[in-house]
Design a protein around this ligand. Structure first.
Ligand code: GLC
Length: 453
């Protein structure tokens, strides 16, 4: 496709993203941010917002600053920032704010989910800062960096009791890849028979994604009981994160989450000129290397619940994300690139499927079990282009993926995710529409890597 087509799509992206910006009043605070999709996701989501800001940085840096300002407004006193920050004027989404017993933790009376999402904040702050003039940049960084630092300190202090360099995730939703097959084995250890009746009834009565969206595309009901069971368990533990990490049946070192963590520490080291974050990044890289399985040629998530250290071997897009933080070279890189570029596995007409095509868990249409997502493609594009400074093969794949991702979105519109291949048209729209981060990441990719200016 031509540059002109991408430029026209960038204009449409701008209009979608801007039309999703809302103003929220909480107490005496007025916050502005984009919601992920007016069709369903009407609050503020953590890693979506980090991506919104990366896109907005190119078309309205002040809007990008507002987006991140709004994101950190709900930060807890211990540094945690929730996966979802709730708009008190919106009731349609489930799980509702009342599902999280967390109001007491926020410094500003803003209710947020007790769980995290992939820690893209410092990366986003660095990109937004790069689009501001000197005076704006200084003011922005002075305002936001204390929150970013306290967020990283929170993660580092509470999420790695083994001192492995890798953070532990306590809920499938923390991964951002909610329904990935990577979580199946751990979730199966939670028997639905043990889920309290009140949780089952609440889900049966209030679950809304299968009403607004298609049941066949969404997580199954037993897994949804388990998701809400974990929330219930953590409410009972009053969100004492050390106890949760030590005792939860769901505690996993997620490769994508940790690649983001390492990459974010690189950004924070540059933003603060503090070498400690470079050390944390290096420790994270060493941790990622330890999960490499040479025979399978993949980085593996690790189940660390109750003192275990059990690698998870599902074939998913997460295995490639260490490219983003320069954690793959030599034979590791060769192994990864061979699997990534295999048309039978990860390189169909509309790459990159979130689950390998030849995995028994691959599902063309179901949430995170097959479809192609702009966020995971963006991580790989940036990872490949970065690796491409020393590897021609990575550079070529990065440029191909950049073009195919821009084409996919320009051709099919700003949906939540896309069909990688199959009986109907590759790239066909899936999930909810008018999706902000599909628009924002289009703008980010286009302006950072594809446009001539
Ligand atoms: C879904 C996705 C998650 C995303 C959220 C809002 O829950 O799994 O990654 O942040 O939607 O778009």
């Amino acid at each position: 496709m031509s540059l002109g087509t991408w430029r026209a799509a960038a204009e449409r992206a701008e209009s979608v993203l801007r039309s999703n910006i809302v103003e929220v009043t909480v107490g005496d605070k007025r916050l502005r941010h984009a919601i992920p999709s007016p069709a369903f996701y009407v609050h503020q989501w953590f890693w979506d917002s980090c991506c919104h800001a990366m896109g907005l940085a190119h078309i309205g840096p002040e809007d990008a600053v507002d987006e991140l300002r709004s994101l950190v407004a709900g930060q807890w006193r211990n540094g945690q920032i929730g996966a979802i920050t709730y708009n008190p004027a919106e009731y349609s989404y489930y799980p509702k704010a009342e599902c999280w017993d967390t109001a007491e933790f926020s410094a500003a009376g803003i209710v947020a989910a007790g769980i995290a999402q992939p820690p893209l904040l410092a990366i986003s702050v660095e990109r937004v800062a790069a689009q501001l003039d000197v005076v704006q940049r200084e003011a922005f960084l002075a305002e936001i960096l204390p929150s970013v630092v306290s967020y990283h300190e929170y993660l580092r202090r509470h999420r790695d009791p083994e001192e492995s360099g890798l953070l532990t995730m306590i809920h499938p939703w923390e991964s951002g890849c909610d329904n990935s097959p990577r979580w199946d084995r751990s979730l199966a250890t939670i028997s639905v028979d043990d889920v309290p009746t009140q949780v089952i009834e609440d889900v049966d009565k209030n679950r809304s994604d299968t009403v607004t969206g298609k049941t066949s595309h969404r997580p199954n009901q037993d897994d949804y009981y388990r998701y809400m069971y974990l929330v219930h368990l953590y409410n009972e533990l009053h969100w004492d994160v050390d106890t949760i990490v030590a005792t939860s049946p769901f505690a996993i070192k997620d490769i994508l989450f940790n690649s983001a963590w390492v990459r974010a520490n690189e950004s924070l080291a540059r933003l603060t000129n503090d070498a400690v974050y470079e050390e944390w990044a290096e420790q994270g890289r060493a941790g990622l290397h330890k999960t490499w399985d040479a025979e399978r040629r993949q980085f593996c998530d690790v189940d660390v619940s109750n003192g275990k250290w059990e690698p998870i071997h599902e074939s998913t897009i997460a295995m490639f994300t260490p490219l983003w933080c320069a954690a793959a070279e030599g034979e590791v890189l060769d192994g990864l690139l061979a699997r990534l570029s295999d048309p039978e596995e990860f390189w169909p007409e509309c790459p990159v499927p979130t689950t390998g095509l030849n995995s028994s868990k691959f599902d063309l249409l179901r949430y995170w079990r097959g479809p192609t997502w702009p966020i995971t493609n963006t991580i790989l594009i940036e990872g490949l282009l970065r690796t491409g400074e020393t590897s021609e093969r990575a550079r070529l794949l990065g440029n191909q993926l950049l073009a195919s991702t821009l084409d996919m979105i320009a051709d099919h519109g700003f949906s939540e995710y896309y069909q990688p291949t199959g009986t109907s048209e590759a790239g066909a729209l899936l999930g909810f529409g008018r999706f902000s981060w599909s628009a924002a990441l289009f703008l980010h990719l286009f302006h950072s890597f594809a446009s001539e200016n």
